[in-house]
Design a protein around this ligand. Structure first.
Ligand code: ATP
Length: 264
């Protein structure tokens, strides 16, 4: 199954504040869109709008041409899965039960849900956590279980809000490598990140140009570029208000933030 999600001219206001101003975005199966920008730029708001969790004051969001707001939760889950910045778990259910619950859109036996959930936990090397209560897991362990739940949903589009939050460097690398494999298998990926360098783990050498980078600043699109674009460092520097230098490490470009000239 393939899907295409389109956000057209979305504007979100809260009182006097404009959180998003006329932002458009297209995510289809096989696309990889990285959304970057400083804290408070509107990245999560854009994701919530794209998911239909937040209605824009103006603009439209469609999935395969249908208004996202008109989709039932089950229908939406068939198109797009998402990983929020912080996984909200208050019930002391096991990791396996949590992942199995992500398959609610399938009309299948409890046993089948659990089999598929176990397979998803194995894909993120978290099978050892299956019987643990989710409320007792560390932040990083919870995040891996949340990624397993995302996989268990089997949606053609996935949206990730800072997926490497709480993960140590080895786990970050592993997670982005997994995201890269999902992308190459045909999924559409939208990924919010502060750290553009982690994307290197998702891409095989030469594929950088297929990652689109959308820079947000104060709710507006500040730039749209590609991960291999020579001017990407300059764009990043502008949105983060630093000097962003790209340096070659083992054949890969890595960005390093430096103070502005004359700054501390
Ligand atoms: N319901 C709300 N009412 C008022 N302001 C809000 C609301 N939700 C978010 N905001 C504000 O909107 C701005 C954008 O928030 P958003 O969470 O989209 O930013 P972000 O780019 O994801 O930031 P971060 O990198 O810190 O997660 C922030 O200044 C936030 O305080």
């Amino acid at each position: 199954m393939t899907s295409t999600l389109e956000v057209s001219g979305a504007t979100v206001r809260k009182g006097e504040r404009t959180l998003l101003a006329d932002v458009s975005l297209r995510l289809g199966s096989g696309d990889f869109v990285a959304v970057v920008g400083p804290n408070g730029a509107g990245k999560t708001t854009l994701m919530r709008v794209a998911l239909g969790l937040e209605r824009p004051d103006s603009g439209r969001v469609t999935v395969d041409g249908r208004d996202v707001a008109a989709l039932s939760p089950r229908e939406r889950a068939a198109h797009v899965a998402w990983l929020p910045q912080r996984v909200q778990v208050s019930e002391p259910i096991t990791a396996l039960e949590h992942v199995a619950a992500a398959r609610y859109r399938f009309r299948e036996s409890h046993r089948r849900s659990e089999e598929q959930a176990r397979a998803a936990l194995e894909r993120v090397q978290a099978e050892g956590l299956a019987a643990r209560r989710i409320t007792e897991l560390s932040g990083g362990e919870q995040q891996r279980v949340a990624v397993a739940a995302l996989l268990a949903q089997e949606s053609p589009l996935v949206m990730l809000d800072e997926p490497a939050n709480f993960l140590d460097p080895a786990q970050q690398l592993e997670l982005y490598a997994l995201v890269g494999r999902l992308w190459r298998s045909g999924l559409g990926v939208l990924c919010i990140t502060h750290d553009i360098n982690v994307l290197a783990h998702a891409v095989r050498h030469g594929g950088e140009g297929r990652i689109r980078v959308l820079g947000l600043s104060r709710g507006q699109v500040a730039f749209e570029s590609h991960y291999d674009a020579p001017e990407l460092g300059e764009h990043l520097g502008q949105v983060f208000s630093v000097r962003m230098r790209g340096v070659e490490v083992e054949g890969r470009r890595v960005f390093v933030g430096l103070p502005l000239e004359g700054g501390e």
